[in-house]
Design a protein around this ligand. Structure first.
Ligand code: PGA
Length: 247
């Protein structure tokens, strides 16, 4: 366990480059890496950069497995708001990852049993090589909403008002955001070999500082990154780190 490596970059474009460097290095070292893939706005530039590098032959994603980080509950599979659909458009399709190289979260049946089976399967296949994560304004990782204990398993959760408000910007309005979800637990995430957290924009200033410099505890789930066994890299742009746009 070491302190997170903090990489500050001037802007979102540089964040995409620096983030893609971390993912590319993981894949170069472990071509069949298991990679947890966040949706959200922050990693989108990183995924576009990865796809561009793949087209140029600089990154080979042919053997990686992509693991879904979280998903809303209660949506039809073809609903425009599914996070799996977003993952497919932004990551799986551009990187040509399909079939058994995609690991999805359980969404129905006996969810506690299915989520426990998911965690066991994750462990049995060797765990997570790299988790690509964004940071919620409330300090969540995935949908591990505050308060979340560091050993929390993969499970169904109720989204907090802060997350529902934040997610409204993806789908139009607050009423469009489902209130329940499934998330990979903080426990399995923190057991990853490497974690890449990407943070962008002044609205994340207070929470990124709280996560990296404030008390470690369940009220800021991302603070547990400082107690994980993973090699943690935080790529944060100037606006998020300093709380202001560059002058
Ligand atoms: P964002 O979401 O990248 O859209 O800001 C981050 C998150 O909620 O994890």
């Amino acid at each position: 366990m070491g302190d997170p490596r903090i990489v500050t970059v001037p802007d979102a474009a540089a964040l995409a480059e620096a983030g893609a460097d971390v993912v590319a290095a993981t894949i170069a070292a472990a071509p069949a890496a298991s990679v947890v893939v966040a949706t959200g706005t922050t990693p989108m530039g990183l995924y576009e950069e990865l796809a561009a590098r793949r087209r140029s032959g600089l990154v080979d994603t042919d053997a990686i497995t992509a693991i879904q980080l979280d998903e809303y509950l209660g949506l039809a599979p073809d609903d425009r708001r599914t996070l799996f659909g977003w993952m497919r458009r932004s990551f799986l399709h551009p990187l040509a990852i399909e079939g058994p190289r995609v690991l999805r979260l359980p969404l129905d049946g006996d969810l506690p049993a299915a989520c426990a089976a998911f965690d066991r399967a994750l462990e049995a296949r060797g765990g997570i090589d790299l988790a690509i994560l964004g940071l919620g304004t409330n300090g969540h990782l995935g949908f591990n909403e505050p308060p979340t204990e560091r050993w929390a398993p993969t499970r169904a959760v109720t989204l907090t008002d802060a997350t529902i408000r934040a997610n409204a910007r993806y789908w139009g309005k607050i009423a469009d955001v489902p209130s329940r979800a499934v998330t990979i637990g903080l426990g399995p995430l923190l057991s990853a070999r490497a974690i890449l957290l990407v943070v962008s924009g002044a609205a994340k200033h207070a929470i990124v500082r709280a996560a990296l410099e404030g008390p470690v505890g369940p009220e800021v789930p991302a603070s547990f990154l400082r107690e994980s066994g993973a090699e943690v890299t935080v790529v944060v742009d100037h606006a998020a780190w300093e709380g202001e746009e560059p002058t």
